[in-house]
Structures are given as C-alpha cells and as structure tokens.
Design a protein around this ligand. Structure first.
Ligand code: G6P
Length: 366
C-alpha cells in the first residue's frame, strides 16, 4: 500500500533506492573471503573444480554474464554462461569437475531448476546457488549457496536483486581465486575495501536521478533505442536494454560497441537514441570512434562516463558523469542510472511500471 511506498511512486523506484541497504545487508557478516561463506565443504569443492557453468534466466542471466568476466580475469577459471531454457534441451559436453552455479532471485524459476537437475543428471554433482530466497526450491536443491539479502522484491523488473547477485558473484570470484592461488591477501583486502565502499558509492550514483529524468523525457518520445557497452559492461548494456523494453515498451537492444559496424549502424537515425556505458579511458578511445560514426548519421548519444574520463558534452553527445571510477565493481554502479532511465521513461509514458503487461515476477511453469 501507499504507506509502504513512503516517498516513492512505485515499488520499482523504492527498490532502486534500497540498493545501498540491500548491498550492505548482503555483505553483512563477511569478515574476510573464505569458501565457507558458501557453506560447509565449499573448500574441497572449490579446490576440485576446473570450470564454472552458470545457469539462469532473465536479469539473473545478465548477472551471470557479468560474473564470467570476473571469474576469468580474477579467479582465472574458465566459465560458461547458459540461458537455462536453452541448456536443458541442448546436447552439451559435460565435465565432472564443473561448479554448476544457478542464479535466481526467487529460487523457483522452472527453467533454472530443470537446467540444474539436467546438469546433475549429466554427472556434475557440484552445485551452488546465488539466491534471494533462503527457503526456495533452488536453495534446497543445491549443495552450496550464498543468500543475497535484497529483501522482498515486488517490482516485476528486477533491480536490487540484480546488484546483490553481482555482490554475491564477486565474493564467489574472490573465494575461487583465493583457493586457486590467483588472489593474494593484499588483492583480497583491496577488493573487500572496494566492496565495503559500495553503499556509499551507490548513494552518490542515485543522486544523479534529476539528470536522468531530463533524459527520460526525451526517451519517452522514441520507439527504439540502442545500448552499447564493451567488456564487463556489455552485459550491463544488455540489462539496461531489457529494463527499458520490459517497462516502457520501447524496443531496445544492446550491442558490444565494436559490433556496431556489423549491423546496427544501419538502424541509426536521428530517431534512435544510443545509450553508451563508458567507464574508462582505454575503451573510450575505441568507443569515441564508434560514437563519431553514430553522430555522423544524426544519432543522439547518451553517455554514462566515469568521473575520470575526458569525454565532454557537445551537439549530438549528451554526457552524465558518474561520481567516481569504480574498477572491477563498476558494473554494480553503472547499472543504476540505466535502471533509473528505464523507470522514468516508463513513468513519462504512463505504463504500469510495477506490473508490466504480459510479464510475471516469477515464472514457475515452463
Ligand atoms: C522473470 C522476471 C525477471 C527475472 C526472471 C528470472 O522473467 O520478470 O525479473 O529476472 O524471471 O527470475 P529469477 O527469480 O530466477 O531470478
């Protein structure tokens, strides 16, 4: 009811603003990195496994897609990410020394549960879930678990569940990296410090809301949008596009910026806003030439840049600058303005934000 919403117009907005609290709750009690954060017996499992297989749907799948970059670059463990509904019906080549990781807000998604059982039936006994509901079927079915503390999420479009999943997946990366000897004590301390800073960092990103609202008014008049990101932020671009289509009904798709020339550039006109997640200078130099190609075709660029990037607003290029540069944890911060952009665009279009047409919060049938 209205009392629960407090100053917010919708649950989705409330849940976006709950993220600093959700992350600090999720990290509560984490004194240091150890496999036991994931349950008894995790050490021997982490010691034995040689690869990771992530299974999930929807927004949880994009959390997994982000984690792949962390797992391979920090823990140096080969990782594949599969859409649960595809994996369960596909012929695959199972490897017994695989850590099967399911990611699910509800812990009840039928396809993810079936994919988990399928993986187990193929002879992969090591299972772990990152899940927001401790009493769910997923937690019961997996040997190991990390329970995120997002709290109850009511908005159909997932927000705080996503960022807390990322926090849990980053802890998993550090724990696997530790056991495999790829994360030193000093690196661990650095990463933990950055994680503890997340609630404060999230607060300052949430303070960008008025700037995002100004953009949302422009987006509300469009029928298509393109999202670009590179590397670790490509899944964030995908998640931004998903949020926009789910609640505003604007057709949106995401591309890694380097693929622009292989297709989507043909779609770019003055009617096509192009949202760019641009966290750092190295990729920005490459991105800038992609951006010029968009600009030359009359496209309007909307860039989320980090505090230390030199990109400036100019005709055709709009920039919102993030307060800091966040390193490996950057996806957790960069997704927030994209959530706000989708939310305010949907509000401007007058859609039913918390209950978008045809979608369900939890899909417990195939
Ligand atoms: C539905 C929801 C999404 C969610 C997906 C997976 O499609 O609308 O927000 O990401 O299911 O749900 P899960 O509970 O498994 O994370």
């Amino acid at each position: 009811g209205a009392a629960e919403l407090g100053p917010y117009r919708h649950y989705m907005q409330k849940e976006i603003f709950e993220q600093p609290r959700a992350i600090s709750d999720t990290l509560e009690g984490v004194e240091g990195i150890s496999p036991e954060l994931f349950g008894d017996g995790a050490y021997s499992v982490f010691k034995e496994v040689e690869q990771v297989l992530i299974l999930a749907c929807g927004t949880s799948y994009y959390a997994g897609s982000t984690a792949k970059y962390w797992l391979e670059s920090i823990a140096k463990i080969p990782t594949s990410v599969e859409i649960a509904s595809e994996y369960r019906y596909r012929d695959t080549v199972p490897h017994p020394k695989t850590l099967v990781v399911t990611i699910s807000q509800s812990g009840e998604t039928a396809d993810t549960l079936a994919a988990l059982k399928h993986a187990r039936s193929l002879g992969m006994p090591h299972t772990l879930t990152i899940c927001n509901v401790a009493t769910s079927a997923m937690v019961r079915e997996c040997k190991l678990a990390y329970i995120t503390r997002a709290g109850v999420e009511i908005g159909v479009a997932s927000t705080k569940a996503f960022t807390t999943q990322l926090a849990g997946l980053f802890l998993l990366t550090l724990a696997l990296g530790q056991v495999r000897g790829h994360v030193s004590e000093a690196q661990e301390a650095e990463h933990l410090k950055a994680m503890r800073h997340l609630p404060v960092a999230l607060q300052s990103v949430l303070a960008l809301e008025p700037q995002v609202i100004a953009w949302a008014e422009e987006f509300a008049r469009k029928e298509n949008a393109l999202f670009l990101g590179r590397g670790l932020h490509y899944p964030i671009a995908l998640e931004g596009a998903l949020k926009l289509k789910e609640i505003s009904y604007i057709h949106a798709e995401a591309y890694p910026a380097g693929e622009l020339k292989h297709g989507p550039l043909a779609l770019v006109t003055a009617e096509m806003p192009v949202v760019t997640v641009a966290p750092n200078d190295t990729l920005l130099e490459k991105l800038k030439s992609n951006l010029q190609e968009v600009k030359a075709r009359g496209g309007q660029l909307f860039v989320f840049a980090d505090g230390d990037t030199r990109i400036e607003s100019e005709p055709g290029i709009h920039v919102i600058r993030m307060p800091e540069h966040y390193g490996a944890l950057s996806p957790i911060l960069h997704v927030v303005p994209l959530q706000l952009l989708a939310y305010h665009t949907a509000c401007a279009r007058g859609t039913d934000v918390d209950k978008p047409r045809n979608l369900a919060k939890s899909v417990t049938v195939e």
